[in-house]
Design a binder for this molecule. Structure first.
Ligand code: ATP
Length: 202
């Protein structure tokens, strides 16, 4: 891999949408949300440590993790959240780096929702932020998930503020418009990333 791009943005900003488009164009995409889900699936390496820390009540009858219950448990309790992160983040990071080392593409995209919050910029040559105004974020997340506006606002408030996120980006994609308006921005970045990977310039 000649270039590593970290892709981030707030909840519902369009990270997955952008990553899927870049993957379709030929980028090697590693999504840390996918890794997190695998780690917490039955037989995943993080499941037993989570059950040991938070109790057997988090295990559903079918053996899977009760994600909603875990989310409620850590949302209001920053100590519990820190414990969960201490279990998950090192494992996610290790698998991400392992997958990155095995990639054969011209450049790589690491999708890391809490990039700045977890201090993982060091793994990337460039940071790409997907940006939308809060009103659009709320509308899209509500439509997709059935969360209420208050719940979405609470999650947004727990993430790095929009301006701070954009200020730390090397590249920003504006996803406030249609998918048709997103596409040329994604294509332009793909070309730029291929060129920098080939030239060795960041
Ligand atoms: P999360 O932080 O929750 O993982 P995300 O940043 O990966 O979200 P997506 O899942 O890509 O965001 O997008 C959020 C929702 O908004 C999805 O339902 C997606 O289909 C929709 N969406 C993304 N971009 C657009 C767009 N330009 N126009 C309309 N809908 C969009």
């Amino acid at each position: 891999v000649g270039l590593v791009v970290a892709l981030t943005g707030g909840i519902g900003s369009g990270k997955t949408t952008v990553a899927d488009r870049l993957a379709a164009l030929g980028a090697g995409v590693i999504d840390t949300d996918v890794i997190a889900r695998t780690l917490t699936a039955p037989n995943g390496a993080a499941l037993e440590p989570i059950i040991e820390t938070f109790g057997a009540a988090l295990r559903c009858a079918d053996g899977t993790l009760d994600r909603a219950r875990l989310r409620d448990r850590v949302f209001a309790d920053s100590g519990a959240r820190a414990q969960l992160e201490a279990i998950l983040h090192p494992r996610i990071e290790a698998i991400m780096l392992e997958q990155l080392a095995a990639l054969q593409t011209v450049y790589a995209v690491l999708v890391i929702p809490l990039l700045f919050e977890t201090g993982q910029e060091r793994h990337a040559d460039r940071v790409l932020v997907v940006d939308v105004p809060e009103s659009i974020q709320i509308a899209r997340v509500m439509q997709r998930s059935g969360l209420t506006e208050i719940e979405v606002r609470r999650i947004i408030a727990s993430q790095i503020p929009r301006q701070a996120c954009n200020a730390r980006a090397d590249d920003v994609i504006d996803n406030s418009g249609s998918l048709a308006q997103l596409e040329p921005q994604v294509r332009a970045l793909h070309v730029r990333y291929q060129l920098s990977a080939a030239s060795g310039q960041r």
